[in-house]
Design a protein around this ligand. Structure first.
Ligand code: 1GP
Length: 257
């Protein structure tokens, strides 16, 4: 049976086409700032708040941030953990139960998941099974996750990873370019992956302008994640612009079909 958050995401993709998710890194902002970012993003039309980062190391801080966000917004909160020790909070609604498919370290493939699964159960978090693939430069996530990143020039390799994830039963696939990367996942790679995939495709990393968001939508992304832009001084305007660009790009694509 589908969980509440998964059903919400799938329904939203079905009705809106591509949806936007806001990523908040609890290491970079205070609980109060996190709540403000989440509130602003909700007003702009983001579908859910993801909470996590590549180097975060305190569960107490994570709990505070999640609680503050929950008190401010109604949309779902989804954990985006980098490990089982500090990435799981009982206060969230759901967790990306993810495997880094191109890690060279068994810990990121299945080790952290084995250690974290009992906590997910104990806290009653909704697990969202997701295959995570780090591509291009990969940023901190690639380094910390010991990923053999897929070069942007090899979209067929990204597609093979994505398909393997789907065949293993993962219900979402995430193409990650790395937070703050100068070059986001190229449209050609998104297109090749999307062509083969039946589960929703998430794309993130370096999407900081309306042009970049629109290009990922046109290539076939079902969900777009932005993190860094939420920390800028003009965050409200930039989130607004990106979400509007996602909606416009989807409308244009529908008109063309
Ligand atoms: C990182 O894909 C996300 O995990 C978001 O990246 O911070 O570059 O938006 P940005």
């Amino acid at each position: 049976m589908l969980g509440v958050v998964e059903k919400y995401l799938l329904d939203k993709i079905k009705s809106e086409g591509t949806i936007h998710l806001t990523l908040i890194d609890p290491e970079k902002v205070s609980a109060q700032q996190a709540a403000t970012i989440a509130g602003t993003s909700q007003e702009s039309g983001t579908a859910a708040i993801m909470i996590g980062g590549s180097t975060f190391a305190s569960q107490t801080r994570l709990d505070e941030v999640v609680k503050a966000i929950k008190s401010r917004v109604k949309i779902p909160t989804i954990l985006f953990p980098n490990n089982e020790k500090a990435g799981i909070s009982r206060h969230a609604d759901a967790i990306w139960f993810m495997s880094l498919l191109n890690s060279t370290d068994p810990y990121f493939l299945v080790g952290a998941q084995v250690l974290g699964a009992p906590l997910v159960k104990k806290y009653g978090l909704e697990p969202l099974p997701m295959g995570y693939i780090i591509v291009g430069e990969g940023g901190a996530a690639g380094r910390v996750g010991k990923a053999k990143t897929v070069p942007y020039t090899k979209p067929e390799l990204a597609a093979a990873h994505a398909l393997a994830g789907q065949y293993l039963g993962m219900r979402f696939i995430y193409l990650e370019g790395g937070s703050g990367t100068a070059t986001p996942v190229p449209p050609q790679m998104i297109r090749e992956v999307k062509k083969l995939l039946e589960v929703p495709l998430i794309v993130g990393g370096g999407i900081k302008s309306r042009e970049r968001a629109a290009s990922a939508v046109s290539a076939g992304a079902d969900m777009i994640v932005t993190g860094n832009v939420t920390e800028s001084s003009d965050a409200k305007q930039r989130i607004d612009e990106i979400i509007t660009a996602i909606r416009d790009a989807k409308l244009n694509a529908c008109v063309k079909v």
